[in-house]
Ligand binder design. Structure first.
Ligand code: PRX
Length: 628
């Protein structure tokens, strides 16, 4: 393939990578798909099984409430499991799994199918029916996959809450979704310690009256409190459950899941995804971008509690019949070479992780990966935040040995699947997510929605609907319309700032709203602030993100104390721990500054921008609205 001269630091794919790729002739395909978006997606949809076909690929008659594959009948689980049962894939490994203590399991497609059927029957026996919400609060164990698929099989809506969230955060999410059943586990291994998930779940359920039953997977064997009228052991219920269970035939637009994510207010947004479009979007992007082949061993090192895990640990790999690897524990446990030993041991071929992990490994030094044979790897990936070119080059050199292209995929909980991303045959530039995926149209616009010139910074927008897009915020159509489509009619506002260079490559700069990105985890400043003011000592709080060497952003909190409280090192420690207790350990502030006053506008809004500038010793910008 010939490329016109590209600007800046460019890495061209090798002949071998190009020849083996699932998508060939990409220049022609980009062009054709851009001009024929609905044909492109219709062809992709035909690669999967539907109980009955669609009338229309896209119904955009009620914008921004787009519908895909209207009136088709489908179930994502039919494509993830059922359809493989009459093929050789029945005996293929779906997941290799290794626990943090070193125990391991292998699960074939046939076994997973049986277990999902059994667990769907368990859920049925607990009264779960189509449309019910089920909250899942677990670690990285195979049963979380079973739990999600069993819900989807019945047409119930799962709401997975990341296992690192604390009691109030879990309770709030259960309450908002009005879940009937909670699925959890006794404990979770992390860094050689046990996180007592059942205990946290008990406290959350005490505040969440919608929960009728709690299903508990025994993972660690730690002691748990038991409420015999409410709690059910997973292994006991499974013993008597039938392995036959019919998959519900659903309209393509039937809700599949809710996933809460942070926004500008303290109330997380309940992103809603549906069966049909999400299925086609996630499977297609994984197949094209990570080039999944029959003999690959794919490792998406995210957590199923985030969207990356939903789309690329659970749904897309199973739909493609791929073999995945899942690791339960902390990356550096018991030593900084754990990940590299796993790649060697399981001969993994593709690794997809976050820049924060790469930076953390980089700090440990290249001697750790050098101890292991990483030659099975053929592709690498990055997600969650912009990757700094230095980390990109380290990853390329010391993990990929300069032969594995790095797929830097920009997307969001809302988009469901990769949006701005390379494919293996595309030349790469370290730090750029390259170009919109096939058929997509992204742009960088100014305050009034006009495209800005090359290399100018602006708001990142998406100008066309896509199959795996969120359909709404669960129970709040108005907020969905206002937040994502309200600023510029006809354009989806991503909430990121970006620039596009002279070659049409996109460079993501960061969030433009009050959202932080800490170690690739999305957190709202308002959530951290409300966690702080829920402490008796705190009258007011303002939180900002500042650059952090490993985490990307670290949280810095400015607090005004209530009368009668004195600042002290102990109080700083207590407040940091308080944030961990009421929100999550990932939200712990790096530093707390005790203030006599916070900069505010005359209308009383805290000016975080001013705090940020002062903290970094930068000019404060326009302060004309600052009160005296
Ligand atoms: O700011 C962007 C950043 O993460 C945000 C989405 O966060 P979340 O919904 O939690 O999903 C994370 C995993 C898909 C985006 O608005 N982001 C994600 N991927 C990238 C990124 N920023 C730069 N480059 C990326 N590859």
């Amino acid at each position: 393939m010939s490329h016109h001269e590209l600007h800046g630091e460019v890495y061209y794919p090798s002949e071998q990578v190009v020849q083996n790729a699932n998508v060939q002739n990409i220049d022609e395909l980009y062009q054709w798909a851009y001009e024929h978006p609905l044909e492109f997606w219709e062809q992709r949809a035909k690669e999967y099984e539907w109980y009955s076909k669609w009338d229309k690929v896209l119904d955009d008659s009620n914008k921004p409430f787009f519908k895909w594959f209207t009136n088709a009948q489908v179930n994502i689980v039919h494509n993830a499991l059922d359809r493989h049962q009459d093929t050789e894939r029945k005996n293929k490994i779906a997941y290799y799994w290794e626990g943090e203590p070193g125990d391991s399991r292998e699960i074939t497609y046939g076994e997973l199918y049986g277990e999902v059927n059994q667990f769907a029957n368990v859920l049925k026996s607990l009264g779960v029916v189509k449309g019910d919400r089920v909250t899942i609060y677990m670690g990285r164990i195979p049963e979380i996959v079973v739990a999600m698929l069993a819900c989807a099989k019945l047409g119930a809506i799962h709401s997975v809450v990341f296992g690192g969230f604390s009691v109030p955060a879990l309770a709030g999410r259960i309450d908002d979704s009005q879940s009937k059943v909670l699925i959890t586990q006794d404990g979770n291994w992390l860094n050689g310690k046990v996180i007592e998930l059942k205990k946290i779940a008990d406290e959350a359920v005490a505040q969440s009256p919608s929960i009728e039953h709690v299903v508990v997977v025994k993972r660690v064997g730690n002691n748990v409190n038991w409420n015999a009228a409410r709690d059910v052991w997973y292994h006991e219920a499974m013993e008597t459950a039938s392995a036959e269970c019919e998959t519900e035939k659903l309209d393509a637009e039937t809700p599949l899941y809710i996933l809460y994510t942070s926004g500008s207010t303290g109330k997380p947004k309940a992103i809603l995804h549906t069966h049909g479009g999400y299925m086609v979007g996630t499977a297609t992007t994984l197949k094209y971008v990570f080039d999944i082949q029959e003999n690959d061993r794919w490792w998406c090192a995210a957590d199923p509690g985030w969207v990356t895990g939903h789309s690329y640990i659970v749904y897309a790999p199973l739909i493609l019949g791929a073999t995945s690897f899942m690791y339960e524990g902390a990356p550096m446990f018991p030593a900084p070479d754990r990940w590299w030993s796993l790649i060697d041991k399981y001969k993994l071929t593709i690794l997809y992780t976050a820049p924060t992990a790469i930076r953390a490994f980089m700090r440990q030094g290249e001697a750790h990966p050098a101890k292991h044979d990483l030659s099975s790897l053929r592709l690498l990936g990055s997600v969650g935040e912009p990757i700094n070119p230095e980390a990109w080059r380290w990853y390329f050199k010391h993990i990929g040995h300069e032969k594995c292209p790095i797929m830097d995929t920009w997307w969001q909980t809302e988009t469901g699947a990769f949006m701005i991303t390379p494919v293996p045959a595309l030349p790469l530039k370290p730090g750029s997510g390259t170009k919109p995926f096939f058929t997509y149209e992204a742009d960088v616009v100014n305050e009034v929605g006009e495209s800005v010139a090359a290399n100018e910074e602006g708001y990142l927008v998406l100008k066309r609907p896509w199959p795996s897009m969120l359909r709404t915020l669960y129970g709040d159509d108005e907020r969905y319309e206002r937040l994502y489509w309200g600023k510029y009619p006809g354009m989806y506002l991503a909430g990121d700032s970006a620039r596009r260079d002279e070659d049409g490559y996109f460079w993501i700069i960061g969030r433009v709203d009050d959202v932080l990105n800490v170690s690739g985890h999305r957190l709202g400043t308002a959530e951290v602030e409300s966690a702080l003011v829920s402490n008796a000592a705190v009258a007011e709080a303002a939180v900002i993100g500042l650059p952090h060497e490993i985490k990307g952003q670290g949280i810095h909190a400015f607090v005004l104390l209530r009368a009668g409280y004195q600042e002290s090192e102990q109080l700083e420690k207590d407040l940091v721990q308080h944030v961990a207790n009421v929100l999550s350990p990932i939200a712990k502030p790096e530093k707390i500054y005790f203030m006599a006053k916070l900069p505010k506008t005359r209308s009383g809004k805290i000016m975080r921008r001013v705090l940020k500038a002062r903290a970094q010793g930068l000019p404060e910008g326009d302060t004309s609205t600052l009160e005296e």
